[in-house]
Design a protein around this ligand. Structure first.
Ligand code: PNS
Length: 166
């Protein structure tokens, strides 16, 4: 039987921290499905389709990575996919409380679930998509923080934002 896990998140945009988790879990699992949440309550920088494209570009070298999106509850998506392993990255102790509550609530709703928290490498422990957007919007250099394949997509998006007066 194939060992499959789902790595859910907002990925707005994918960072080297996310890539670290994807790279490492792709060696443990036969297949990893990176699932982008379609969240109507947030105003993302990139659309769900754009975020999926950025993930695809960043994971081209990993044949066992699939990119998908989901709406609503993660547990419903797991059921639909018939997968019960969820992987999430843990950057610091501060992430733990949120991840712990989410894992507990998900386990209550879907007892078959196994949430695996993978510690990010220390060099990535300070990274977040929000910081990266902030740095990029303020003309800082983001090349050390995101996969090289997507740096120009982010700078292009910032230019479009400026042009449209956002
Ligand atoms: O990258 P993020 O924003 O930290 O990812 C959070 C995500 C998408 C994993 C989480 O918000 C989620 O699973 N949302 C789907 C809705 C859901 O299942 N909510 C109940 C969680 S207890």
């Amino acid at each position: 039987m194939e060992k499959i896990c789902i790595y859910p998140g907002s990925f707005d945009p994918i960072t080297n921290g996310h890539m670290d988790i994807i790279d490492r879990s792709s060696k443990i699992f036969d297949k990893i499905i990176v699932a982008v949440l379609m969240n109507a309550s947030k105003t993302p920088m990139f659309s769900v389709e754009e975020r999926m494209d950025l993930i695809r570009k960043s994971t081209e070298h990993l044949p066992n990575v699939e990119v998908d999106s989901f709406k609503g509850l993660l547990v419903h998506y797991l059921e639909e996919k018939n997968v019960n392993i969820v992987i999430r990255g843990l950057r610091a102790v501060s992430d733990f409380e949120h991840e712990f509550s989410m894992a507990a609530l998900n386990a209550h709703m879907y007892p078959k679930i196994e949430t695996i928290l993978m510690m990010t490498r220390t060099e990535n422990s300070f990274l977040s998509s929000s910081f990266i957007k902030d740095i990029a919007r303020n003309k800082g250099d983001i090349k050390d923080f995101v996969p090289s394949q997507i740096v120009s997509d982010i700078t292009k998006k910032i230019q479009e934002e400026r042009f449209s007066g956002k």
